[in-house]
Design a protein around this ligand. Sequence first.
Ligand SMILES: Cc1cc2nc3c(=O)[nH]c(=O)nc-3n(C[C@H](O)[C@H](O)[C@H](O)COP(=O)(O)O)c2cc1C
Length: 439
Amino acid sequence: MAKQMALAGFMLSGPVVHSHAVWRHPQTHSHFLDPDYYIEIAKTLEEGYFDLLFFADRLAVGDQAGQSRARSFELGAQDAARLDPLPILSLLAGHTKHIGLGLTRSTTYYQPPHVARAIASLDHISRGRSAWNIVTSMNDSEARLFGHAQHLAHDQRYARADEFVELVLKLWNSWQPDALVLDKVRGILADPSKIDAFKHSGTYFDCEGPLNIPRVPQGQPVLIQAGASGRGRQFGSRWAEVIFSINSRVERMLEFRQDIHQQMRAIGRDPADCKILTAVMPFIGGTEAEALKKRDEHNALANPELGVITLSTQSNFDFTQFPLDTRLLDIARHSATPDVIAQKLRLERDITLGEYGAIMAASIRVPQLAGTAESVAQQLIDWLELGACDGYVVSPAYLPGTFTEFTESVVPILQRRGYLRSAYEHPTLRGHLGLKSFN
Ligand SMILES: Cc1cc2nc3c(=O)[nH]c(=O)nc-3n(C[C@H](O)[C@H](O)[C@H](O)COP(=O)(O)O)c2cc1C
């Protein structure tokens, strides 16, 4: 039997996804404030037997781009407008039956009981389809929205995240599976001897349990993570059951997966307990030329200035202070540029900031796969067979078109060749992904 390919549909509840052109693409015929937009997307992905529909999230409009917060709003930067994904997923739980429903919650700006309650509730109302993407957040604008002058330092964020996850798991585990009795005749709701009123006292959090939510259908909602740094990978190896990554070259994908597997083994985890999904943005045409045309037309709508704003938000550094024709190597040499950013820029090709901005605006470096359905399916199969990943995060260029085209043309090929299910076989997301059970 062929390996099974895990598939996640990647979304943001705003006008822009990895592609900064989504909202203005002629084939995007609705928009992010319309609930029907999300319902159509979720149903399309479910028709394509995707494992998961995932919503990324950030909490604040970035202002790392100098004075250009106004430009962020004007042009539609990644963080300029966004709904909270939780109510969207709650809506989608009622309009779908099988597909997993995942969202991001930050360990830096929430408290563990907020996240434990929200995701546990989603798991109940979706009958076991929830997932939490654990992020530590990115920049000072998020800090200021929550009343802090500055974002916590990188490694401190991850130390807090470790304790945060420990505590969320304690809260989810505070009800044993049979603690909820619901005996109408005797008038007994729950068995208190099976509910753990634990006390947690740690470096970042003090908390007295239990949660007031009975144990969830999955026992434990699926934990996702997407850290890229050394510390981020260490964190992912410890906790994650799904890891998202963006790598443009297959050698980097292989290195990433091998590194995660090695770190998992070193702490006694089985690598099979974590699925590594790498992001791709497909453009599918009847011929290669038609697909390339679609890609080029899309990329022409992605404004390089927006890409530079996203770069600034992600690096917590103002790249807009440099004209677009500045070479990256000159930015690396500039006295205002922090060492860690300079080091990364030196690894880039010798291009200008504007050229880099164009790449960021088109896909934030998610590889764009332009081809016929056959050639796109073959590429996905090749990377899977090579051991570069366990599946894919499919990132849209227009909505719901990217997902519709993928579902109608690539999915049947994957099914025919045995890489994708032809019916959902399990009730839970954990089951779809072949992850271990917690009940
Ligand atoms: C596919 C994918 C999805 C991500 N989703 C989010 C998100 O929703 N919110 C967020 O703040 N960061 C998100 N990130 C960023 C990561 O959580 C992480 O901060 C980033 O990769 C930098 O890694 P590091 O913190 O280990 O340096 C995502 C990254 C990837 C690759």
